[in-house]
Design a protein around this ligand. Structure first.
Ligand code: IPE
Ligand code: IPE
Ligand code: MG
Length: 248
């Protein structure tokens, strides 16, 4: 998957985060069960990971399962967990070969033991890889992430090891699951909805957001290239004026 001509290789977003939505509706359109959509969604994951690796994205965060998704029917939750486990087992060799490092964010303790085991093994075996960081958001919720950070910070204050005046953006960053990752530059949501659904609430403050009607199982190389193309055409002002940004 070489970089398409439409994309400037020198301005690839460092961190792309994706809300992979629309598997269930896509399956329904085909008259198939929801889990079939999730299965084809895994093929999209494989293709987008490959593009991200070859196009020079540093971090790709994929929202695979939210804290709220635990409320889905047990057979769908079980099916998703099975797909995750198989994906990790199947992709390990490719991750090693292509120097992909697997990390995750979320309340991993809630995952079934066997899935957690495979996840931890994969993270350990890919820890030294340096090309793409593939960061899976699993049992992830932005609010839950902030709650655990606030609790740790409050504990340190109450123990007297942290002064209230030392609480700043960097300190909060360092208590999030994403502590060692840069903030997302481009946040994509497939599936037609225009909401964040509890994803990276703190980190996405200045992300460029791209919503597309394309359902996740249809989101492949072309669609990803279009998202990056649009990203490259936007002016990120970070609160400044256009003239200031252009002046460097
Ligand atoms: C996204 O697709 C995958 C997960 C949330 C796990 P959905 O399953 O939400 O698909 P729709 O939104 O019902 O079509
Ligand atoms: C967001 O999709 C979560 C993931 C993609 C993992 P949902 O389908 O769960 O979001 P809502 O319920 O439509 O907001
Ligand atoms: Mg959905």
């Amino acid at each position: 998957m070489p970089i398409p001509d439409s994309i400037d290789p020198d301005r690839i977003p460092r961190h792309v985060a994706i809300i992979m939505d629309g598997n269930g509706r896509w399956a329904k359109q085909q008259g198939k069960p929801r889990l079939y959509g999730h299965g084809v969604g895994v093929v999209s994951v494989q293709e987008i990971v490959e593009c991200a690796t070859e196009w020079g994205v540093e971090v790709l965060t994929l929202y695979a399962f939210s804290t709220e998704n635990w409320k889905r029917p047990v057979d769908e939750v079980g099916g998703l967990m099975g797909l995750l486990k198989n994906y990790l087992l199947k992709e390990l060799a490719k991750m090693v070969k292509n120097s992909i490092r697997l990390t995750c964010i979320g309340d991993i303790a809630k995952l079934p033991g066997d899935v957690r085991q495979v996840l931890e093994d994969t993270m350990r075996e890919t820890a030294a890889n340096s090309r793409l960081t593939l960061n899976l958001a699993l049992s992830y919720g932005g609010r839950a992430e902030l709650i655990q950070a606030i609790r740790k910070i409050a504990e340190d204050v109450s123990k007297g090891v942290l002064d209230v005046s030392a609480i700043d953006e960097r300190l909060i960053d360092s208590h999030l699951y994403t502590a060692e990752l840069p903030d997302p530059d481009l946040l994509i949501r497939t599936g037609g909805e225009a909401r964040l659904s509890n994803f990276l609430l703190w980190q996405a403050s200045y992300a460029e957001i791209y919503f597309t009607d394309t359902m996740w199982p249809d989101f492949r190389e072309q669609a990803f290239a279009s998202a990056i193309d649009e990203f490259q055409g936007r002016e990120r002002r970070f609160g400044k004026t256009s003239a200031q940004v252009e002046g460097g």
